[in-house]
Design a protein around this ligand. Structure first.
Ligand SMILES: Nc1ncnc2c1ncn2[C@@H]1O[C@H](COP(=O)(O)OP(=O)(O)OP(=O)(O)O)[C@@H](O)[C@H]1O
Length: 284
């Protein structure tokens, strides 16, 4: 089913998903290039006129700057997981732990209300929820979980989630709605090890479509090393090792705005993803 060829040249990317959105989660070892890819893909979908939600679900990530949002604006954004008052109001939780609250709060207005808008992308910062041990379900956790479900299940838009390597917190019921899990890998043992772990976890969580994208690839040898190491995997392409990307990160500017071969690589990755997604949909 995996189509790794350049057939997107025959099929304009984007048209294949003219109806229905596409829900993408991006994962991989820390520092591998997830946020760089997430930012470029989000901007690329938005440049086609699609409504895109970029979700920062990685506590270490800085998706705002990778999308091209200036640092002072990015700093305005508060993680939804910290909005205790909102969570309390929506779940109608009374003070004190152990009190009863709604497990199905209304969240449909939250993306528009709390996103940071930039170049056709709505950025949402999820943050992390300290669950205080197993079994604890606090209002903030309920709200964030419900919001993720809403974006993945009830929205017909493009959703791109920048996640950490641990995808466990996607949880059952939400994970199944991810159309594509992209695992970013760089030529290195630890990155490959993480990729294998994540792939196993994805299967356990019911995520059907796992794709790989190379990052910081220097040459053909690197490319072959990656593809051989994860043989049989579905590859969407790679982002070459690039000083422009490193520079973009240091300056806090969007790699997509800078332009260059890395943008072409990101567009090719998007094209293959869309083509694969269309095929999967056809197959039912
Ligand atoms: N293809 C590339 N070539 C060179 N440098 C890159 C490339 N991709 C990413 N980088 C650099 O690697 C660093 C980490 O990138 P990025 O933040 O995208 O990774 P991440 O996986 O999201 O990290 P984290 O796990 O910390 O969120 C940044 O300095 C970025 O500029």
């Amino acid at each position: 089913m995996c189509d790794s060829h350049n057939n997107h040249h025959h099929e304009p990317p984007g048209e294949a998903i003219s109806s229905g959105g596409i829900k993408i989660a991006i994962t991989g070892k820390g520092g591998v290039g997830k946020t760089t890819l997430a930012g470029m893909l989000a901007r690329a979908f938005a440049a086609e006129g699609r409504r895109v939600w970029a979700i920062d679900a990685d506590p270490d990530a800085n998706l705002a700057s990778s999308l091209g949002i200036p640092a002072d604006r990015g700093a305005e954004l508060r993680p939804l997981s910290r909005m205790k008052e909102l969570a309390k109001e929506r779940t109608a939780a009374a003070d004190g732990y152990g009190s009863l609250f709604k497990l199905n709060p209304r969240v449909s207005d939250l993306p528009e209300k709390f996103c940071l808008e930039h170049a056709g992308v709505g950025l949402l910062l999820m943050g992390t929820v300290d669950q205080g041990g197993t079994g604890c379900v606090c209002p903030e956790h309920t709200l964030v979980k419900r919001l993720m479900q809403h974006l993945l299940l009830e929205r017909d838009e493009v959703v791109i989630m920048d996640m950490e390597a641990g995808i466990e917190h996607l949880g059952r019921g939400t994970a199944e709605s991810v159309d594509a899990l992209i695992v970013v890998v760089e030529p290195g043992r630890r990155s490959l090890q993480t990729a294998r772990q994540v792939t196993r976890l994805a299967a356990d969580l019911g995520i059907a479509n796992v794709f790989f994208v190379g990052s910081k690839v220097r040459d053909e040898l690197d490319r072959r090393f990656l593809e051989d190491s994860l043989a049989g995997g579905c590859w969407l392409g790679a982002i070459s090792s690039s000083d422009v990307l490193r520079e973009a990160d240091m300056q806090g500017v969007s790699a997509f705005d800078l332009g260059g071969s890395h943008v072409d690589e990101a567009l090719a990755i998007k094209g293959k993803l869309v083509a694969n997604f269309a095929k999967l949909q056809e197959a039912g």
